[in-house]
Design a protein around this ligand. Sequence first.
Ligand code: ARG
Ligand code: ZN
Length: 467
Amino acid sequence: VGAATACAPSEGAVTPSLAAAAPASPGTGASASTVGAPGIGDPDFPTDGNGGYDVQHYDLRLSYDPASRKLAGSATIEAKAVQDLTSFDLDLHGLTVSRVTVDGGAASFSRSKDELVIEPGGQISNGARFEVTVDYSGVPEPMRDSANLGEYGFISTPDGAFVTCEPNGAKTWFPSNDHPSDKATYDFRITVPAGLTAIANGEMAGTPQTNAGKTTFVWREKHPMASYLATMTTGKFQIRTGTSARGLPVYVAVADNYRGSLDQLYTQTAKITDYWSTVFGPYPFSSTGGVIDDYAAGYALENQTKPIYGGFSPAPTIIAHELAHQWFGDSLTIKRWRDLWLNEGFATYAEWLWAEHTGQYTADSAFRRYYANAADPMWSYPPGTARPDDLFGAAVYNRGAMTLHALRREIGDDKFFPLIRAWTDAHRYGNVTTQEFISMAELISGKNLKSLFDAWLYEPRRPAPIP
Ligand code: ARG
Ligand code: ZN
């Protein structure tokens, strides 16, 4: 979300320069090929992710030196084949690969754009579990898309790195199946010069160890996570830890020049996470938190357990947005990017709910303020199909949130809030589609909601007013 408001400023268009045709979805068994597809089957991002296997776990050993900007890594990936494989891809942007092993044996590899193509030298059978280790190093280059997504991925800063990967920047710092439809658990072992802090997802295992001027931080995310939510943000930070009123561990870090925001970030993060757990259902992870880095990204990202705010001290509604994403985006993760309103529409609606809860303004007044502007460009952008050339368009956020409000008015609070909790419960840690949400809304309300969702999500015009 943007620094000041929920509106993602994203004017202009860029043509995606993706060469490959959309591959078959993994696991269809339709193809006799033993070559894993170079994409996982997202029609709008045809080379993102890969076919032929499903990652279970990433074990990332990383060492970063801010002075030389050099990253050295060894990534061990545990995966399960979903077809016979004589070769398969990982996604990796830049960096130099020195060695690849599959189940301990040397494997040959080649690079083609952002694909690392691996040939294990024998066939991996459909259903088999296998382990790939990739040793690599170099100066990471972030992804750059000035017309749409801006700069994202591994972004080096004077004292470390700001690491925000949505939608496909995980490949700038580790070889991955870089698409949200393949979630996995993560272990991180990150070494940085002594005096710096390395922050990743989940919880820290043990206390950081310092040896010969370097400190190693071990972090573990034991719940499934999409690659775009992984982080290894590093630098000089002030830390505050504790436990929320409802007993959840809290870890908050702010860059030195935001030290005046440490306590308010801590207090709001604890309070809002606790409140959302009464509205959306049980908090899905084992800790909550937040990071303010001094890199002026101008946006925030809902990194799992550690939302990050790029160069600004967030207002409570923004914290509420990023923490709502822990349910909508992080626990329930979209299967395809075009369903992004399931993340951003819900998180924006959460801003309105927080404003209502704290007496600033009501969700209904927010809805009516947007509705009143007949000239808003969001009326020509149906948010149910987020466009790859304008993924974070304001319509996906605001018209997405309005869709939920229209639904709430149609089915009433006594169906709407139970629906939200049933939604987070049924798909916890999984992948979701818009159709699954519509079906559940119809089931719980007992109403046919096709015309409501069509008007709000799929038609390029302003829907009729709601009662
Ligand atoms: N999901 C983020 C939010 O909280 C927005 C990320 C924007 N990403 C980017 N590459 N500019 O709204
Ligand atoms: Zn968001």
